[in-house]
Every structure is written in structure tokens, then in C-alpha cells.
Design a protein around this ligand. Structure first.
Ligand code: FES
Length: 338
């Protein structure tokens, strides 16, 4: 049996199971409400009960003021319910609502998916999970190495288990270390989140994602967030790889294709990579955009999320705007970190 929770003032709704806290239910549904300790201590997840009843639970350490008690404030990380509720709580409106956090994480798994790409799985302490928006990034620090800013490749609906995609690159000591020396259970200090590349939860347009090689990492986070939101509009993924076999999570994309009626996946190969005076990424970005405008000649009703290095952006952007894409509906993550 699940209970339906309606959030005011937005009117967004989510469901919770009998043993699930309201915070867990909201995060699973892709709704970002404030929290920090996840254990009833900090008071960050304060919300106000507008109608309905909470299940009796343990008394949290956090002390409400008399005024807060009188106004029916409660802690979303401690509260469960068996009945439908209306609550009032502040939802994150954008990256500016995400506090900068510094967390000691542990490596739980290192997964080499491709000769040059590995996925590093980090876990935060239960009482200090990372609050972030899909598409944002974080800085990773390993003693003795320069810190690296990397896109978070996992969904904010799981704020404890985080994923990062690392591409082997000559002369990159951080990547070399990850491939040769990083071990399970090792400590990695994480600072974040940062960046404004984030899904617009209120948008109603058809969504197109364009990724190049490991620029797939933030796109994966965005797609998983869209899935948790049950985004109803069509979702198209174009993933350009520089070499055959470089779609290192193609099986995951195909599983989305099987599971979602509104999802399409177009893997593309940058045949010209390495054979042109332009960089591979510059050609790949444009190749992806050229295919998009063939499939969607009128982009006025679309919203596009695109990853790629800064120098590849102007020509690609110009092509998309020529086909009617409003500038405000183009989101670019152009940080040079792939
Ligand atoms: Fe700290 Fe709920 S998140 S009290």
C-alpha cells in the first residue's frame, strides 16, 4: 500500500511505501527537497504538514521551536505515513539551491567497461549523502594527485552510491592512477556539486540528448533523472563515439529502449575521427547535430542537452538554432574534462 504525497506550492506528487520516509520517496521520484544528515539531526529537511497524518515514529534529535511545533513542522527524513498527505516544503529551483558539500567517500567498485574507460563507484556515508542535480559535477581528490572535476554519472535519486566515468588519456595522472592503482575501499574526498547543466523539471518539450564519448556520463545522469520523474514527452539519445566499440554502455541504452515507450537511441560513429585537421570531438559534435536536424528538421518544440568541449560548441549551436531551436532550450556542458 502506498500513500500519495502532494507538495505545495508546486502541486508535484510522489508516492511512499509504508516503511519509506517522505525524503526517500521524494528523492526516488526525482524531487529535490532540502536535506543533509538524513538522520534527524540537522533540521534541513523540515517540512510543514498541511493535511493528513504522519505515522507515529521515533523522536528526532532535532528540537523544533514552539512556533514550528504549532505550525505542524516535521522532518521529512524521519517521517513515514500510511495515508495521503499534503505538505509544504521548498523544492530546489536550480543549481543555486544546492549547497557545496565536502564528503569523504569510499571506492566500492572499479569497473573497466572498455580498454580506455572505467566506471568508479563511490559510496558516501549514510549520514552524509551528496545532494546534487542530475548533470552536475564534483571534484575528486586523491592524495598526491591534482584534483579532478568530473561529471557525476549517476542519478540524484540515489545520493549514496555515485558513479564517475574515467577515460584513459595520455598525460593525465588522475586517469592513469585510476587505471593502474585505484583500489576498492580506498578513500576519495569529494567536493561538490558544481555546474549549471541540469534537467529542467518543469519543461514540457520533447527532449534530445547529444553525447560524445565519455560526455555520456552527465547525459546518463539526466536520462536516469528523467526516468525517475516519469517524463512523459519523447526522449531521444544520440551518442557519437570516435571508434567502433566506444559506446561503452550501449547495453544500458538498449535496456532503456526496451523499457520505455517514449525513448529512442541512435548510436553514431565518427568515421572521420583522427583523419582531419579538426579535433575528433569537434567533428563528432557536428556529426551528431547534423543527424538530429535530419530527424527533427523543426526543433522549435524540442529541448536539447549537449555535452562537449568548448571549441566544438559554436558550429553545432549555430546549426541547431538555424533549425528553430530557441536558445533558451539549448543546454550545454562544455567543460573540458573528458
Ligand atoms: Fe537532517 Fe533530516 S536531513 S534532519
Amino acid at each position: 500500500m502506498t500513500a500519495k504525497i502532494r507538495i505545495l506550492p508546486s502541486g508535484r506528487e510522489f508516492h511512499t511505501g509504508p516503511h519509506e520516509t517522505l525524503l526517500e520517496g521524494a528523492l526516488r521520484a526525482g524531487i529535490s527537497i532540502p536535506y543533509s544528515c538524513n538522520s534527524g539531526v540537522c533540521g534541513e529537511c523540515k517540512a510543514r504538514l498541511v493535511s493528513g497524518h504522519l505515522a507515529p515514529g521515533c523522536v528526532p534529535d532535532y528540537q523544533f521551536s514552539a512556533a514550528e511545533k504549532a505550525a505542524n513542522y516535521f522532518l521529512a527524513c524521519r517521517a513515514c505515513t500510511l495515508e495521503d498527505l499534503e505538505i509544504e516544503v521548498h523544492e530546489a529551483g536550480g543549481a543555486e539551491d544546492m549547497p557545496l558539500q565536502r564528503i569523504e567517500t569510499r571506492v566500492v567498485k572499479i569497473e573497466q567497461l572498455h580498454p580506455d574507460v572505467m566506471v568508479v563507484h563511490l559510496r558516501t556515508p549514510r549520514s552524509q549523502s551528496l545532494r546534487f542535480l542530475a548533470g552536475q559535477h564534483a571534484t575528486l581528490e586523491i592524495p598526491g594527485l591534482p584534483p579532478r572535476n568530473k561529471s557525476i554519472a549517476s542519478c540524484p535519486c540515489n545520493a549514496i552510491n555515485l558513479q564517475f566515468h574515467i577515460r584513459r588519456a595520455p598525460g593525465d595522472p588522475f586517469a592513469e592512477y585510476c587505471f593502474s592503482a585505484l583500489k576498492a575501499n580506498q578513500t576519495v574526498m569529494l567536493t561538490g556539486p558544481s555546474g549549471h547543466f541540469a534537467f529542467d523539471d518543469d519543461a514540457k518539450e520533447e527532449v534530445i540528448f547529444l553525447a560524445y564519448d565519455t560526455g555520456f556520463a552527465p547525459i546518463k545522469s539526466l536520462i536516469e533523472h528523467a526516468i525517475s520523474l516519469e517524463y512523459a514527452q519523447p526522449i531521444h539519445l544520440y551518442w557519437v563515439a570516435s571508434r567502433a566499440g566506444d559506446h561503452y554502455l550501449e547495453n544500458l541504452c538498449r535496456s532503456w529502449l526496451d523499457a520505455l515507450d517514449n525513448f529512442s537511441f541512435t548510436p553514431l560513429l565518427d568515421e572521420g575521427a583522427g583523419s582531419s585537421p579538426f579535433s575528433d570531438t569537434e567533428i563528432g559534435q557536428l556529426l551528431g547535430a547534423q543527424r538530429i536536424v535530419v530527424d527533427h528538421p523543426d526543433l522549435s518544440h524540442c529541448r536539447i542537452y549537449m555535452t562537449g568541449p568548448e571549441h566544438a560548441v559554436p558550429e553545432t549551436r549555430a546549426l541547431l538554432l538555424e533549425h528553430g531551436l530557441p536558445d533558451a532550450q539549448l543546454h550545454i556542458d562544455s567543460f573540458l574534462r573528458y
